[in-house]
Design a protein around this ligand. Structure first.
Ligand code: ATP
Ligand code: MG
Ligand code: MG
Length: 545
């Protein structure tokens, strides 16, 4: 637990002290209508985290009251996300749809109390009658229906005698309430649609405001934590539970600020649009802000948990800079992963005075990573270096290979460039170099001063890999729609070259490609014949310019 307590934990501790609840029970209640995103991760951390910290428990509940948009595949994605983040739910997962019979009974109770009525005005009238912030609304004539008539109509709604939209059930609260949400909110609507769990059993579905508080109550939730947009819904939450005179204790709703991150969108509706329009390759595309996307890209659960911890829990909405998330993954991988050499844009270097081959033993981890392990890096006459590690007309401060300036091949020898070979377009196709036999890393007696060491691979031994580089999904900081998508968010390099141990040793799935960034063996497309690596994040915050 972080040292300073957030406001939710303060509330929880006060409630425990007062003896309001025997046990702290929270819930994470997603609607299974899309893959969870990093905003959901924040909610998962809060709800499961509070339950863990106070020896309570947290339910994973599918808020499945909207048959037309929900699906089992989203339920699976939600379960995966919670598990991957390292949290466990109690026994089984819960479904609001399992409470449909109970919620229906509560509706009948409200009708019998004279607190709910069947309204039959059309949508347009409904909007008109609601009034505005400055003008009170008015009730429709149907609000005067007798309890018997309401009971009869509501039962016939359930039996399927009416079409969608013909009737709704509304709470009888106050059409002039300052809080617009309290102006006789809808409790039930007719929807002739197949539900992924209850199938065709129901054709009336409870609205969020009715189903959510009751589901919380039924599960014995103590603290119902949601995002700020639901602040105005809290009055209905309280009204429903109080009006029904339920056996205490009852849950209370508390709101926190939702997470927003720049350069991306955080709404399942918008993410679904990207998936359905093939703007990305599915929900787990590594550019997506979904948990499945981060997972596939190579983020670790620890980095996401750390991020959620760092951003804290606030009562005012704010935008978090994406570089903060990138910092968290970089920081985590820096402490863990092997360092290897990969050349993304290979330039051939023939070392004219070297014959044969040798094996260089090189450690996987730097001194400040408390891990052991090394691999063999084969060296031979022809190597490849990164094209931009050579410059024929170097600008000031260029510390790598030039016709005048030698450079060290990391873990190996110092080389100098003797000749630059170009094709007819002027493009450099090969360098002829010399190596210094007494300059080998670790036993260097050459006395040659070099300013940097660059990555390289041996032509004869290197493996070809595919590398997928990701840029931000959107061009602007606060994207609105598809027009803001970054057309260059994905670039694929088909013939990068990597040292052979990465493919044969399989010491890890995540690597630092030295001087390039952190990379992850794609969990789906990677094969030994066609290895594919995703760039997780660069070594430095390259955006902060
Ligand atoms: P979206 O608008 O992205 O579809 P939602 O709120 O409709 O999000 P739900 O499936 O209802 O999605 O959300 C499940 C839980 O996750 C809710 O308690 C919700 O408050 C929380 N949640 C959703 N988005 C965020 C976010 N960006 N930051 C923090 N919590 C969030
Ligand atoms: Mg929702
Ligand atoms: Mg939503």
């Amino acid at each position: 637990m972080s040292e300073s307590k957030d406001f939710l934990r303060v509330i929880v501790e006060e409630d425990l002290k007062k003896g309001k609840y025997k046990e702290i029970v929270t819930r994470f209640p997603p609607e299974p209508n899309g893959f969870p995103h990093i905003g959901h991760a924040k909610s998962i951390c809060i709800n499961f985290g509070i339950a863990r910290d106070y020896n309570g428990h947290c339910n994973l509940r599918m808020d499945d009251t909207n048959p037309t948009t929900e699906d089992t595949k989203y339920v699976e994605a939600l379960k995966d996300a919670v598990q991957w983040l390292g949290f466990k739910w109690d026994k089984d997962i819960y479904y609001t749809s399992d409470y449909f019979p109970k919620i229906y009974e509560y509706a009948i109770k409200l009708i019998k109390m004279g607190k709910a009525y069947v309204d039959s005005i059309n949508e347009e009238q409904m909007r008109e009658f609601r009034g505005t912030v400055t003008e009170p609304g008015k009730r429709s004539e149907f609000a005067n229906r007798s309890i018997e008539e309401n009971l009869d109509l509501f039962e016939r709604m359930k039996k399927g005698e009416f079409k969608d939209g013909e009737h709704v059930l509304r709470a009888k609260i106050d059409m002039s309430a300052a809080n617009m949400k309290m102006r006789d909110p809808l409790l039930y609507r007719i929807r002739h649609a197949h539900h992924f769990r209850t199938e065709n059993e129901w054709c009336i579905y409870p609205m969020y405001d009715f189903a959510h508080c009751l589901s919380d109550y039924i599960e014995g939730i103590s603290h119902s934590i949601c995002t700020l947009e639901f602040e105005n819904n809290r009055d209905i939450y309280d009204w429903v539970l109080d009006t029904l005179e339920l056996e205490p204790p009852r849950p209370y709703q508390h709101e926190f600020a939702r997470l927003g991150i720049n350069y991306t969108v955080m709404s399942k509706r918008k993410l679904l649009e990207l998936v359905q329009g093939n703007y990305v390759n599915g929900w787990d595309d590594p550019r997506m802000p979904t948990i499945a996307g981060y997972k596939r890209r190579g983020y670790t659960p620890e980095s996401i948990l750390n991020f959620c911890d760092q951003i804290g829990i606030a009562k005012a909405n704010s935008m978090v800079d994406v570089s903060q998330l990138e910092f968290c993954i970089r920081d985590d991988l820096n402490k863990k992963v092997p360092r290897v050499m990969c050349v993304l844009d290979p330039l051939k270097v023939t070392i004219e005075n070297y014959e044969g081959e040798e094996e260089i033993d090189a450690p996987y981890y730097p001194h400040d990573v408390p891990k052991e392990g090394s691999r063999v890096v084969p060296f031979s006459k022809v190597v490849y270096i990164e094209r931009d590690d050579f410059n024929e007309n170097p600008p000031k401060g260029f510390y790598r290979l030039t016709p005048e300036q030698p450079v060290r091949l990391r873990h190996g020898y110092i080389i100098s460039c003797k000749e630059v070979i170009k094709d007819e377009t002027g493009k450099i196709t090969e360098l002829i170099a010399q190596y210094y036999p007494n300059s080998k890393s670790g036993s260097d007696t050459s006395d040659i001063k070099v300013k940097s060491a660059i990555q390289w691979v041996s032509e004869k031994h290197a493996k070809k890999i595919e590398v997928r580089l990701y840029d931000r999904l959107y061009k602007n900081e606060a994207p609105e729609g598809l027009e803001d998508l970054n057309p260059n968010s994905l670039s694929i390099i088909k013939d990068a070259l990597i040292e052979p141990a990465v493919i044969s040793d399989k010491v890890d799935e995540r690597f630092q490609f030295e001087r390039q960034g952190y990379f992850y063996a794609d969990p789906i497309d990677y094969t030994d014949e066609n290895p594919v690596f995703n760039k997780i994040v660069g070594l430095k915050d390259s955006w902060a310019k």
